[in-house]
Design a protein around this ligand. Structure first.
Ligand code: KIV
Length: 275
């Protein structure tokens, strides 16, 4: 059977003017769920640091963390385009550092990389694109430096945001994330650019929308107000674990081995159920 080809950045670029969903993922099981749900643009975000690794910011995330989790998401998908975040410190020092970091992420499975910043990172974007690696830009609230810099307040400065968006487009970005940008400004940026905008907390007029998986599934207690919860998986998981613990304490699990139907090891190759 022919293996389906992954969606390219050019295919995502051509979604300008069409609404499309993007979700974050960090591991193989949830990457499988995203693809089974028909979401074909998956962001391995450095939100990893907060929603999976338990930090209170994305700043501590290392390049090795992103590579490890990008590879796990790649193993759980076959068609989805994978955007992988370049973590704080992996692109700021020089164009050469930025290209080296981006190359490492591509080797781990990235179809494109994303980095935060406007005009000031345009040279980094141009250098990575010149190395043949597609880039997604990210303007508005910049989580990597928000805690040590401008904070998490919504961005309203129309001329600064437009200038940043046009600069990263001119540098070669094929798409741009707008995080917590005033909705009217996000709409104006969306019509000013030829590349798709992907909004998060930036209103309905962006081309695409992205949300953090753990916010959507009810797995992160501090989800931002703009994120919509579509499930309460933390509750489901806690209830399941409570039932398991009670069964062990009561002797209801494990069942009597003599009465068990089969001796086949549960984790025999091929026995692990696929979503
Ligand atoms: O790291 C991340 O998940 C992101 C999204 C918030 C866009 O950059």
């Amino acid at each position: 059977m022919a293996v389906p080809r992954r969606l390219t950045s050019a295919a995502i670029r051509s979604r300008k003017g069409k609404r499309f969903p993007v979700i974050t993922a960090y591991d193989t099981p949830f990457a499988r769920c995203a693809e089974a749900a028909g979401i074909d643009v998956v962001l391995v975000g450095d939100s990893l640091g907060m929603v999976v690794l338990g930090f209170d910011a994305t700043t501590p995330v290392e390049l090795a963390d992103m590579s490890r989790h990008a590879a796990a998401v790649a193993r759980g998908t076959s068609r989805a385009h994978l955007i992988v975040d370049m973590p704080f410190g992996s692109y700021e020092p020089s164009d050469a550092d930025a290209v080296r970091s981006a190359v490492g992420l591509v080797k781990s499975g990235a179809g494109s990389v994303k980095l935060e910043g406007g005009s000031h990172v345009a040279p980094r974007i141009a250098a990575i694109v010149a190395a043949g690696i597609p880039v997604v830009a990210h303007v508005g609230v910049l989580p990597q430096t928000a805690g040590i810099g401008e904070g998490y307040r919504r961005k309203h400065d129309r001329s600064a945001l437009l200038a940043d968006a046009l600069a990263v487009e001119a540098a070669g970005a094929y798409a741009i994330v707008l995080e917590m940008v005033d909705a009217a400004v996000a709409a104006e940026v969306t019509s000013a650019l030829a590349i798709p905008t992907i909004g998060i907390g930036s209103g309905a007029e962006c081309d695409g929308q992205v949300l953090v998986l753990h916010d959507v599934l009810g797995l992160y207690p501090d989800a931002p107000p703009f994120a919509k919860r579509y499930a309460e998986l933390a509750t489901v998981a806690t209830d399941a674990l409570r039932a398991y613990a009670a069964d062990v304490r009561d002797g209801a699990f494990p069942p009597d081995l003599a009465a068990a139907a089969s001796d086949v090891p549960l984790y025999a190759v091929g026995a692990i159920p696929r979503v």
